[in-house]
Design a protein around this ligand. Structure first.
Ligand SMILES: *[C@@H]1O[C@H](CO)[C@@H](O)[C@H](O)[C@H]1NC(C)=O
Ligand SMILES: *[C@@H]1O[C@H](CO)[C@@H](O)[C@H](O)[C@H]1NC(C)=O
Ligand SMILES: *[C@@H]1O[C@H](CO)[C@@H](O)[C@H](O)[C@H]1NC(C)=O
Ligand SMILES: *[C@@H]1O[C@H](CO)[C@@H](O)[C@H](O)[C@H]1NC(C)=O
Ligand SMILES: *[C@@H]1O[C@H](CO)[C@@H](O)[C@H](O)[C@H]1NC(C)=O
Ligand SMILES: *[C@@H]1O[C@H](CO)[C@@H](O)[C@H](O)[C@H]1NC(C)=O
Ligand SMILES: *[C@@H]1O[C@H](CO)[C@@H](O)[C@H](O)[C@H]1NC(C)=O
Ligand SMILES: *[C@@H]1O[C@H](CO)[C@@H](O)[C@H](O)[C@H]1NC(C)=O
Ligand SMILES: *[C@@H]1O[C@H](CO)[C@@H](O)[C@H](O)[C@H]1NC(C)=O
Ligand SMILES: [Zn+2]
Length: 591
């Protein structure tokens, strides 16, 4: 405990010759985290505060006569797509995704992001169920030009009509950038997306293994810069970085410094692939801003710090007081975002949540679990509104991945509904299933990973899901591990606030503020309402979210042999969609 206490004082950032501020996976959380439950206040800085911070830091860099670059590794807004059995999603907020009909994901928020002096940005993944192509086109036509050649998409193309109306495949942004820093250092920058298989029609992601064999690529890296900047939407501990790092760049330039800035799995991470390089990943949802310092010497000294984005942190490191902190531009960005929230009606109030309901901080089942609330209270209420089958006994099943973010005590708004439960899935049912049989379905679904054969199926599914962009399990494993490592000890020090406790592979402590980790509890893959109190042979409605239809039918056929069920037996249960359930419930229960 004594040792812990000494970490709690925030230490000023070190400055080196080359300094980098890095963001990734902001997903539309540009108004910051606005709830009062911990750890949210520590992530309360909005994009306007961040712009003010960056502007002060640039000034300090000028005074110290050093370089400071601002870099983002992608996932600026959401990206949704479906695949059988696995829901792929990394949520946006209402700001990026709550646009009125006819809009495009992230189109409005991108205008604010483009006001920041980003030196290099890497591509966001670009899929959306409704307009898979429109997003990428928007980035190509409207966003990339604002970055003046620094929106880097080395291996991502889009197919668009040329001047003669013929379809041509062209890079979404630029394949590479060579530029000089303020201090005259020469930089060669590349933007790489992992070999992603879930891309939308008319966009192509070239496998990284093929990218590094391209003659243009070899040409670009031939000339030795002062350092290479590899920016990409790939986690630093897996994926294709070694292909770019070793096979390509290191093979040609054994000692040139290489800085790798990754993202995608939403964790804080750092690794040094060799003594003259450093790889970093900076969390998610505006919960982490990363600061990297390189000091050049015979051996390069690197240092990194994971900042909690809030005004207290920003003001401290920017050496400002509250009264001097805001820049005009920062204020105008904040006001513009607040206006956008109003235009999208995101503050519409469904009700007031009486307490926190969390995804993994409370045990499942428990009265603090969002999954318990959703399955045993919200679904049974909302799906039976105006429903002629309301009085027929039923059991209702959905996948726990349908819930994406905690509901926290206080106002529950349209924006909160977006972040907590974004999927517009329909609910369907099979009528007249004997109660005893229907009750076996949920446990059987959750059991599906139990034996060895099924475990290997599960691993295969996980790998496939990863290739398709689903990374939630990596983030959850990270939370679980920090709780196991530090939870009991640190939560006992009662003056530590809750937050991330990072253990990475780089020397020293990375977290800027020392926290106690959030408790972590596992939850099942599928959740359901409480079984009705009826006799075993009573016919009941087996209600479920359509997203899991194939799996559910397979399981239903495995727990009984009286009848072979198929999709022909499935009917629509209600017009209420998955992303409306919590709002309807809140209007009823929390008003
Ligand atoms: C936390 O408490 C310890 C004593 O238990 C004290 O030494 C330390 O200064 C406190 N830290 C903060 C940030 O208040
Ligand atoms: C985290 O939030 C708490 C409550 O607002 C605040 O007291 C603390 O200063 C914050 N930590 C930092 C480093 O900003
Ligand atoms: C893909 O491009 C082709 C050729 O330009 C076009 O005909 C087609 O409509 C595009 N598909 C989508 C989904 O935009
Ligand atoms: C991407 O676009 C470039 C330029 O038009 C083209 O040469 C290249 O073949 C395209 N790559 C892929 C994988 O389609
Ligand atoms: C550089 O690093 C190498 C290997 O770690 C070490 O042997 C050497 O003494 C270092 N040189 C300097 C100048 O620090
Ligand atoms: C910081 O200043 C703003 C006005 O610029 C004020 O509204 C706010 O209350 C101040 N915050 C603190 C913590 O003093
Ligand atoms: C939730 O459960 C805890 C512990 O069993 C209890 O103290 C609390 O009052 C419960 N809250 C509600 C809203 O039921
Ligand atoms: C239920 O019916 C009432 C009266 O027709 C209507 O006002 C309400 O919007 C309906 N609710 C839902 C969720 O369909
Ligand atoms: C279930 O129903 C039976 C018969 O109607 C009743 O005696 C019993 O109290 C009920 N149990 C619960 C938990 O409601
Ligand atoms: Zn992301």
């Amino acid at each position: 405990m004594g040792a812990l206490a000494t970490f709690t004082a925030v230490v000023p950032l070190e400055w080196g010759d080359v300094n980098i501020i890095h963001t990734t996976d902001t997903h539309g959380w540009l108004l910051g985290h606005q709830k009062t439950s911990f750890p949210e206040p520590n992530y309360s800085g909005d994009l306007g505060d961040f712009a003010s911070f960056v502007s002060h830091m640039k000034q300090i860099a000028l005074e110290k006569d050093v370089d400071l670059l601002l870099i983002d590794s992608g996932d600026l807004h959401d990206g949704k797509q479906g695949m059988p059995n696995v829901r792929l999603l990394w949520t946006g907020t209402g700001l990026s995704d709550g646009f009125p009909p006819g809009g495009v994901d992230g189109h409005e928020t991108n205008k604010f992001l483009a006001m920041l002096p980003y030196d290099v940005m890497a591509i966001v993944r670009n899929n959306h169920e409704m307009s898979p192509f429109a997003n990428t086109l928007d980035m190509h036509v409207n966003f990339a030009p604002k970055l003046n050649g620094r929106y880097l998409t080395s291996n991502v193309n889009i197919t668009v009509p040329d001047a003669h109306g013929n379809a041509v495949s062209v890079p979404v942004g630029s394949r590479f950038a060579k530029f000089k820093t303020k201090k005259g250092r020469e930089v060669t920058a590349l933007g790489v997306l992992f070999s992603f298989t879930g891309f939308a029609q008319n966009t192509t992601v070239q496998p990284v293994a093929d990218l590094v064999k391209e003659s243009w690529f070899k040409e670009v890296i031939q000339e030795e810069p002062d350092f290479f900047l590899l920016v990409g939407h790939m986690p630093v501990q897996r994926d294709d970085w070694p292909l770019v790092f070793n096979a390509a760049v290191r093979a040609v330039h054994p000692t040139t410094p290489i800085l790798i800035l990754g993202g995608h799995t939403h964790i804080r991470d750092c690794v040094q692939l060799d003594g003259r390089s450093m790889s970093l990943e900076s969390g998610r949802y505006m919960e982490t801003v990363q600061n990297l310092i390189g000091r050049e010497a015979q051996n390069i000294t690197f240092s990194r710090r994971y900042l909690d984005p809030n005004r207290v942190t920003y003001e401290f490191h920017a050496q400002q007081r509250n009264a001097t902190f805001d820049t005009l531009q920062g204020k105008s960005i904040t006001n513009g975002l607040l206006q956008l929230a109003q235009n999208f009606d995101l503050n519409f109030l469904f009700g007031t949540a009486p307490q926190d309901f969390t995804l993994s901080r409370d045990p499942f089942p428990s009265n603090g679990s969002l999954l318990t609330l959703f399955s045993t209270e919200a679904m049974p209420f909302s799906l039976t509104i105006n429903n002629t089958r309301a009085n027929i006994p039923k059991i209702m099943i959905t996948n726990s991945g349908s819930q994406r973010f905690d509901i926290l005590k206080g106002p529950f708004t349209k924006n909160d509904q977006f972040t907590a439960s974004p999927f517009s899935d329909a609910f369907v049912f099979i009528p007249s299933v004997p109660s005893a049989i229907a009750n076996k379905v949920l446990p059987a679904l959750n059991d599906a990973g139990a034996d060895e054969r099924k475990r290997s199926l599960f691993e295969k599914r996980e790998r496939l899901a990863y290739e398709r962009g689903y990374v939630d399990f990596v983030y959850r494993r990270w939370l679980e591990e920090m709780d196991r490592r530090h939870g009991l000890e640190r939560r006992a020090v009662n003056n530590l606030t809750l937050g991330y406790v990072t253990t990475d592979a780089c020397p020293g402590i990375g977290d800027d503020s020392i926290h106690a980790p959030l408790p972590f509890f596992p939850s099942p893959d599928f959740i359901g309402s409480n079984p009705p109190n009826v006799t075993d042979d009573t016919p009941i409605d087996l209600v479920f979210v359509d997203f899991i239809e194939d799996q559910l039918i397979e399981i239903l056929n495995s727990v009984q042999s009286d009848k072979v069920f198929s999709s022909v037996d499935v009917q629509s249960y209600t017009d209420v969609l998955g992303n409306q359930v919590l709002g309807l419930f809140a209007q009823h229960a929390w008003n």
